[in-house]
Ligand binder design. Sequence first.
Ligand code: 9MR
Length: 658
Amino acid sequence: MRKLLVILAALALCLPLALAEDKTVTTFDFESGVPGQFIQSGSAKPTVSTDVAHSGASSLHVTGRSGNNWDAVDLNAAAMGIKTGVPAKITAWVYVDSDEAGTFVIAKSDGDYATLGSVSCPGRTWTQLTADFDLNQPVNLRFQNSYDSTGWNNAEYYLDDVVVEVGQAEESTEPPIDYKSDFSAGTDGWYARSGGGAALSVTGDGALLITGRTATWNSPGRDFALVTGKPYKISVWVKQDQLKDPILMVSIAHTRDGSESYENLGTVVAKQGEWCLIECSYVAGRYDKNVLYVEGAGAETDFMIKDFTIAEDIKTYGKEGLPSLKEVYADKFDFGTAVIPMELLDEERMAFYKTQFAIFTPGNEMKPDYLLNPSQSKIAIKKTGDQTSVKVSFDTCIPLLTWARDNGVKVHGHTLVWHSQTPEEFFHEDYSVNKPLVSREVMLARMESYIQQVLEWTEEHFPGVIVSWDVVNEAAADSGRKLRDSLWTQVVGDDFINRAFEYARKYAAPGTLLFYNDYNSEIPLKALVTRDIMDSLLADGTVDGFGFQSHYTVGSTNLFQVKVALKEMAKRTRQDGSPLLLRVSELDVGIAANDEANWKKQADFYRELFELYEQYVGQLIAVHTWGTVDDLSWRADKFPLLFDADVQPKPAFYALVE
Ligand code: 9MR
């Protein structure tokens, strides 16, 4: 990837106006062997390949597509600085491995999925594609075949020489909008949108009435000076008396370069004779003119509106002057959290998380099902006949690792070896589930190769960022003093754990801390098994610490058991005589309902836990919650975290900082 800052004056004539200023140009030619900011969508697997190239030797190869046009690659827009309202232009060369011709597009990955650029191309021919746009929603940019080119839904494709030009957002001089309609003295700037027949009048009770409509789009409308990229919340009360339960809706008509386009923002079933509320939100796109209006019902239905409001939806992350978890606990242990890609797309959110947390764990993106590439591994075996071949792709974890590196925060890697979220093909001959399981020797070679590649690639590309790893996750059985039965125990045997740590130690950068991680390790019998596992690893001298996942629930988790489990584990020492390190790796505390009484119980539970943790300062090196906000938790229905869905601190947060 080459990155240049280009001041373009001489070239201004060849570029769209919005880009003819300072802009950042990034070229992805894939010669360095990494997919850069391209991440997988659906079942697709993007890897760098030398099969074909538009220039140089390499291109980005998209395989593993399973019949959907969205099995594709996304360019991480936020990471490229392509935020709402920022003018951008992408040119790319595409080569679709198919006999058929079709249409290839760059489209929004979410929201209205709008196509931003398209090109028709013959099969197996490098064709140039251009998209010139700005986003009105925070989404990624998907490189895929169009919806109607269904013949390409399984076709592999290649991208090369992708040039991304990002300009500057226009600074607004408009004061923030905070409008509420007032029809006490007239129509307050509202006018009738129609071919001429419809008319507005103010009713005695502060409402605006539209009559004389001849089409459903005939409507009361008003111009608003919306600022590109800003989010707005909108509400209006509507009432009609003529139909049983028609739909009324808030829409926007926006005009750019003389052409008008429309979006429906919110609807309500307008029950006959009742005032009904429509609430909606909108992120302003880059338009010269914006008209908000209320439309729908029957073509000739009269209706009324009142109390129309629109205001900037100012998102506040946390609160002014909020204490910081990482600062409060700085001299005790690292306070950490897990993050998911959606959170990473939101820069302000991440900026807030950075004030609260010292270490981050990828919620999913470094698990074997994300990093292992079975289809490429399969191809490698076909080419070489070597059953020990393992191919990995790192696209999914690049955004987090890049953010962590750029922001100087640490990452805890999760997880190298696990029975779950690991492609079954990994354990079979030719990476084919129809073929027999491989031998122990082949599996150990695959395991070693996988661990080596993951540890070496991350250290080479993001030196020092990952300070610790969960090497093996959840190997203890849920009942009985034994290991969980899994493909790992079946193919390798019970020592798969010891071998995983042996390889991890061999390839990890010096000083990287290696953990065994498990859940329910406070339940007496399971606690015994986790201690058996640790004793065996301590005898080998390959392990640094134990991770208590700590997925708890108020009312059912027994804190006394948690206390005993910590005490027993903490007694252990490593071969050099130093204490075994401890980590609380995935803490969350579920409650029965999202109400004050339960928040208080949750706060008390967290407080008691942390009083316990403080007894192990020095040995307990990190406490991570498994996520930050309730709505994005894997247990969202149990509201288990320290911040609510609006990223506001809950009583449990205050219990920990006060
Ligand atoms: O938080 C993860 C969730 O998004 C995934 O759907 C789930 C799938 O297994 O994994 C979750 O994380 C798990 C972690 O990797 C290991 N301990 C249990 C966590 C919660 O399931």
